[in-house]
Ligand binder design. Structure first.
Ligand code: NAD
Ligand code: ZN
Length: 353
């Protein structure tokens, strides 16, 4: 898939064995690279670092291992990685390879965006969720006051998405990633959504061909939004469908309980109800919930979560302008719009939900 943005065009290679294209790409498309640092989390390093390094030859490589998950997206880890790169004498002609899920891509991308005012990096995603996060150039670390609060737009030189990495992914992580695939269908492509609804009955028993096709279409859709609106002045915000409530649930549960995608799935159901009520969306939400249940998702917010707290979280979300909460709603499947929703309406809908 080719991604075209106003700041950069770059390829996404998708498929089993995709990392074996990387060496050739470095030699032919990126001449003059001095040294390369791989940034990887410890869990992914144990599984794949040796295999990944064996696909690279003829380069001076260093490896910087960081904790896995959100623990990677902290000031402390950012500082440690910067110190590592300085010690390894990376310069402006060096390259960073981000090997891991979305957390590693976000951290390594933010490091690349800011090290010596910006050096090149390549995303090597290893999760399903990262079909989304590795494309589009949003990179960030977290602040205790909020997720992704310190970041930049910095596009990678390329993305090498080797589907062989996905075999070891725990079911919960598969579920997290597939929520974004479903989201891509709902906001942009009714036929793709219908195809997913038809073909996807289990997240454990999926053919490689289907998986590849689903992820490729998800990446194409993400690419379409990003190419029109790289820095989220307008329609890129549609990618936040399901995320207004999703982020609030994730935060309220302390980022430990539900994964990002599990929270977004519930956020999407909520946004669909709001869409029905406010925009007359015609869509069988009961059927959608049955499907999500079959795939192992929760379909409503946990009982112990306080609605007022959720509302406060939604108001703090940086995607809300001022104090009003903005939701991405659907006029029809594939046709999103941004809408301000009042506190009263949100609380009423939460109560019904
Ligand atoms: P992650 O990187 O934390 O990976 C999830 C877990 O899976 C980790 O414990 C990791 O060690 C493990 N793992 C990774 N690859 C594996 C593999 N192949 N086999 C077994 N285990 C593996 O998280 P994620 O779910 O990929 O991404 C979530 C992050 O992405 C969040 O920080 C979120 O903010 C960010 N995100 C960014 C964007 C963006 O546009 N930049 C978009 C969506 C999400
Ligand atoms: Zn998301």
């Amino acid at each position: 898939v080719k991604i075209s943005t106003s700041s950069k065009d770059y390829p996404v290679f998708i498929g089993s064995g995709a990392i074996h294209q990387l060496n050739k790409f470095l030699l032919t498309d990126m001449p003059g690279i001095t040294n390369i640092s791989i940034i990887v989390d410890t869990a992914v390093a144990d599984l794949y670092l040796e295999h990944f390094q064996s696909a690279l030859s003829g380069f001076e490589l260093s490896v910087c291992k960081v904790p896995s998950g959100e623990q990677a997206k902290t000031f402390d880890v950012y500082y440690e990685v910067m110190s590592f790169l300085l010690a390894e004498k990376l310069d402006r002609k060096s390259l960073i390879l981000a090997l891991g899920g979305g957390a590693i891509g976000d951290l390594a991308g933010f490091v690349a965006a800011t090290y010596m005012r910006g050096i090149r990096f390549i995303q090597v995603p290893t999760t399903i969720l990262a079909h989304d996060s590795a494309v589009g150039g949003k990179v960030a670390i977290n602040h205790p006051k909020g997720k992704n609060m310190i970041g930049a737009f910095h596009q990678p030189e390329a993305v090498f998405y080797d589907l062989e990495f996905l075999a070891s992914l725990p079911l919960k992580e598969k579920r997290s990633g597939f929520a974004e695939v479903i989201k891509h269908g709902l906001i942009h492509d009714i036929l793709f959504y219908a195809h997913l609804r038809d073909r996807l009955h289990s997240l454990t028993d999926l053919s490689t061909a289907d998986l590849e096709a689903f992820l490729q279409r998800g990446i194409e859709i993400k690419g379409e939004f990003v190419s029109v609106d790289e820095t989220e002045q307008g329609i890129r915000a549609y990618l936040n469908f399901g995320h207004t409530l999703g982020h609030a649930i994730e935060a309220e549960m302390g980022y430990g309980g539900w994964t990002h995608g599990e929270s977004v799935a519930v956020g999407m159901i909520f946004a669909l109800y709001l869409s029905q009520r406010k925009l007359d969306l015609s869509f069988n939400i009961d059927d959608f919930k049955k499907w999500l249940t079959l795939l192992g998702y929760e379909t409503t917010i946990p009982k112990n979560v306080d609605h007022k707290n959720l509302l406060e979280r939604m108001k703090q979300d940086k995607k809300s302008i001022g104090q009003k909460v903005n939701f991405i709603l659907l006029k029809e499947i594939g046709n999103p719009e941004i809408h301000e929703v009042s506190d009263e309406e949100i609380l009423e809908e939460l109560a019904r939900f």
